[in-house]
Write a protein that binds this ligand. Sequence first.
Ligand code: AMP
Ligand code: GLY
Length: 430
Amino acid sequence: MKILVVGGGGREHAIIRALKKSPQCTEIWCAPGNGGIAYDAICKDIKATDVDAMVAFAKEEGFDYAVVAQDDPLALGMVDALAKVGIPAFGPNAAAARIEASKVFSKNLMKKYGIPTADYETFDNADTAMDYIRGRGKYPVVIKADGLALGKGVLICQDEAEAEAGLKEIMLDKKFGASGNHVVVEEFLTGPEVSVLSFCDGKTVIPMVSSMDHKRALDHDEGLNTGGMGTVAPNPYYTPEVAAECMLTIFAPTVAAMQAEGCPFKGCLYFGLMLTPDGPKVIEYNCRFGDPEAQVVLPLLQSDLLTVMQATTNGTLDKTEVKFSDGAAACVILASGGYPLAYEKGKEITGLTEGQLPGADDVTVYHAGTARKGDALVTSGGRVLGVTATAPDLATALKKAYAAAEQIHFDGVHKRSDIGARAMAALNCR
Ligand code: AMP
Ligand code: GLY
């Protein structure tokens, strides 16, 4: 099969490396891809959000299957458009992608179907929202822009002044554009966070191994929110008991709710959960693999990814085996100095041979923001590389990932030094 993966970051690289293990996969392309992905796939420079150009290209090249990995093309209906030209694709259609693309949609869905989440109200007017927040008088309060905002549309406000400033930023100054026409104001929850990605075919949901993201830029969860600075899998807080409860109260009800609403979800549904003192609650849904969650979850997948993906498209997931290894994985992100604010690009990356670390057993380097400059590999984004190691246990995976990361260099490289520390502490408390 000739396959197209749409996107160009570390997650897409992880998907490509997993798909390439499939005996069915004979040719793999990535659009737009990046300098490091080009060692594993043929890259075609088309913007992931340019639906018309992407679909025209896919038709012309005659792909047998496509994987739309990024949120915005999914929300823009790329899967619907590919179907129209006869190309089956992994991912939800635009109607189902609303579960991520509109927080008002997802919150209302959870309320209607009794799926546990933070209490909330939605507003289309900043004054009314502020009146509500003042009347409520409880801080911190969480304000979320309705639409896609690169993971940055969530504000945790400690007092009235911060809430006022936050509402102004989102609703009046339109920092996130039209995403801020509506906001969700919700209760602040506490507890460990767990990411659970799942395969869905509209009716059946199969959770993958759980994971833990590290969203803040600096050690000890300080600094600004980022796309994610590292991940570990499995997440030790996600015990078999918690998993059973989540299936009963969250996963199965969500998939049934989407079906009942006439927009069955097919693809990867990502449950961002908080394990609160009152039980697991949904913080957010994403309509795609997480990044960098995919970089620890997919290396542990033992089943053939392409077969599983096709089963989500064809509605045959209940007859498909999805198996994960019992081991652990850790991913350490190497970012450009300054990220998530301004950073420089074009720094030469040393230590890699054809994008990988030769001789480092069970280590894979996933490329997020790299480009080719002649024979050299240079930085071209905020998150540059994700160094993943797998091992029978988390402690060994972390040690290997950090040892590997030490061998890669570029000017201004920044990484957190405490990826997995909280997970290890939780394991050691058992
Ligand atoms: P989101 O983009 O919705 O995942 O939010 C980003 C981060 O904000 C989450 O990973 C949480 O750490 C935090 N967050 C979001 N909603 C809440 C909430 N209701 N209570 C506490 N923290 C939250
Ligand atoms: N790592 C969080 C996300 O992909 O949304």
